[in-house]
Design a binder for this molecule. Sequence first.
Ligand code: PMP
Length: 353
Amino acid sequence: MPTRLRALSRGFTSRSVDGFVGAVGNTPLIRLQKWSEKTGCNIVAKAEFQNPGGSVKDRAALGVIRNAEKLGLLKPGGTVVEGTAGNTGIGLAHVCRARGYKCVIFMPNSQSQEKIDLLRMLGAEVYPVPAVAYENPANYNHQARDFAKDLPNAIWTDQFDNVSNANAHYESTGPEIWDQTEGRVDAFVCATGTGGTLAGVGKALKERSHGKTQIYLADPPGSVLHSYISSGGKLTERSGSSITEGIGQGRITNNLGTFVNDLDGSFHIADEKSIAMLYDLLDTEGLYLGASSALNVVAAVELAQKLGPGKTVATILCDGAYRYQSRLFSKKWLQTKGLESAIPDHLKKYAVL
Ligand code: PMP
């Protein structure tokens, strides 16, 4: 940086940051007023939609890339390859542009054109591939792994089993929640895709509180983790489905790992409750959120009711509604999913698409 500019940037306030990467994290913790009052607790939620790439996955994307750089696996001009249908790919594409890497994304061809377009606008090379199950070698994750294997100076970031994903939350999201609540966080709950957020935040909070902060998992229909936890460790086949994108899991990923045994419990949240909360949070707080954020808040409210008044319960607002609005705010789409009746009558006015 030229001397004159360096001198200028030294004069910036402590709130200024350097580039895209510097803007990841340090999100506000929002106290949800209506649900705090209703439960007599503090329901607080981390505004991860304020990350510069728009979601909680910016932290994981930066974490896996930083780790690969540290280990010398990724050198200047290298290529980052991932199998992802959404936020991780968007986060990776941003970080790759900011750090000068090529980005290659394999995704199921069932995904919306908007997501493909956005990734391409961010400079990523996108390969839509047949939407087949994880067990099938043609699955998008396996194709990403194989593509990276044959390419020099390329890494497959492997978001599900690469624990630098959970470590990013252990080092940033968890400590931020601890500091923002001044250590008075009685419980934390969130849903899992890779499990990185839950395990990373959970470990950080358990360590700082000497085990006192309770950590719960929230699961949508079609995921097996709630039944795994409540049955004491029996893994069942996946059945059912959910409109909540980005969450739900059929196995214990490396990111969740043995932390699954340290959880204090779990909640199963039906889509009807998530949709009603999505519209409620828009109406009462002015928050325009994706469905996984709404599911997390439903779980936080149920956890607050379980623990009783006076507690502080934290959760995550993973991303905004912008990536899903043609579904979540479309009366017709919700009708096709049998969910239109889940919206309370006085909130139906928001379903304008
Ligand atoms: N919500 C959304 C919208 C997501 O995209 C993801 C990541 N797939 C999650 C929640 C879950 O985060 P994690 O992968 O850390 O479990």
